[in-house]
Design a protein around this ligand. Structure first.
Ligand code: CMP
Length: 140
């Protein structure tokens, strides 16, 4: 069993897609372990995406992520990290496969509706960015 961190980004929350997106993950056998709706400050968004700080899109990305509320959740399942990435589709919605969340709902490369951890290491970091040990234990 693996755990991964998923965000429904501000464009998804704004368009009332929270329920639809969670349903897609649940229908694919993933279990919601913990869930919260939060609005990140610019500084928090910069910290979350620190791995991208040298990328040309970093400033715009962190402006966007802090522009409105998002939903953060921990999903659990067999090979959850890879499974979530398959269900989300490619970063650029134009390149995402039919039926993936980004193909269905993504607006562009930045406003691509969902985020999922890309490795075990980033899943651990990203889960502890949003959730305390207590919140994870008490959800079991
Ligand atoms: P995410 O999976 O959250 O990881 C980093 C995010 O940066 C990515 O989704 C997009 O929202 C954003 N991103 C990646 N590439 C670009 C790009 N070329 N231009 C703008 N935003 C990007």
């Amino acid at each position: 069993m693996e755990r991964t961190l998923v965000m429904i980004k501000p464009d998804g929350v704004e368009r009332n897609l929270i329920g639809k997106i969670i349903s897609i993950f649940e229908e694919n056998g993933l279990k919601v372990i913990a869930l919260k709706k939060v609005r990140l400050s610019k500084k928090q968004a910069q910290a979350f995406y620190a791995v991208h700080k040298n990328k040309p899109f970093y400033d715009s990305l962190t402006d966007y992520i802090s522009s409105g509320p998002l939903v953060a959740m921990v999903l659990e399942g067999e090979m959850a990290i890879q499974k979530v990435r398959e269900i989300m589709g490619a970063t650029d919605p134009k390149e995402a496969k039919e039926g993936t969340i980004r193909k269905l709902f993504g607006l562009d490369k930045e406003k691509n509706t969902v985020h999922g951890s890309d490795s075990l290491e980033s899943a651990q970091k990203e889960i502890s960015f949003f959730f305390s040990e207590f919140e994870l234990i008490s959800a079991e």
